[in-house]
Ligand binder design. Structure first.
Ligand SMILES: [Zn+2]
Length: 174
């Protein structure tokens, strides 16, 4: 990152340093020579301090850019992600965020129904839970961000579904 003002101050201090160096070599008078060398040393210190200031300003500018990006991501999350999702209870103690059924703006394709990982949502990470098969109680939904699976008890394995029992009375009239 460039700071024109600091850069020009460094150039000025550098020019002054070189000028003073010239004086010391042309002056024959001892007192002048001595003071000139002193001045040269002061200018050298000033120069290195300016270079340090430039470095800290550059570090601060990077930190500032970083913070601005983080704030922008926070604002974006609160404005564009949070309102679109609703905390739902898939089973006792099993939570996820479900895409709300909001009317689209007519421009974008509507998003397919999906759930986001609860833990990742708290960390402002949008991690869509991916179906990865069934266990004996329900569908396993995997979070590829944090690696945690959750079980959707409402989505039973196909063979596990309620057994259909014929309700027809085999003995009508009794
Ligand atoms: Zn997760």
């Amino acid at each position: 990152m460039d700071f024109p003002l600091i850069l020009s101050a460094i150039n000025s201090a550098n020019a002054a340093f070189n000028m003073v160096k010239g004086f010391a070599s042309v002056s024959t008078e001892y007192a002048v020579k001595e003071k000139t060398i002193e001045l040269q040393s002061q200018l050298g210190t000033l120069l290195s301090q300016l270079v340090e200031i430039q470095l800290s300003m550059s570090n601060l500018a990077h930190e500032n850019a970083d913070i601005r990006n983080k704030i922008a991501a926070f604002v974006d999350w609160d404005r564009n992600v949070v309102p679109k999702y609703q905390l739902v209870n898939l089973a006792k103690g099993v939570f996820a965020y479900r895409l709300r059924n909001l009317p689209g703006d007519g421009e974008d394709e509507p998003e397919p129904e999906h759930h986001l990982c609860y833990g990742c949502f708290q960390n402002r990470r949008k991690a869509i839970l991916q179906f990865s098969g069934y266990n004996n109680v329900g569908a396993i939904l995997m979070c590829n961000e944090c690696g945690k699976p959750i079980i959707n008890h409402a989505d039973k394995p196909p063979s596990w579904g309620p057994v259909s029992v014929s309700r027809r009375d085999p003995f009508p009239g009794y």
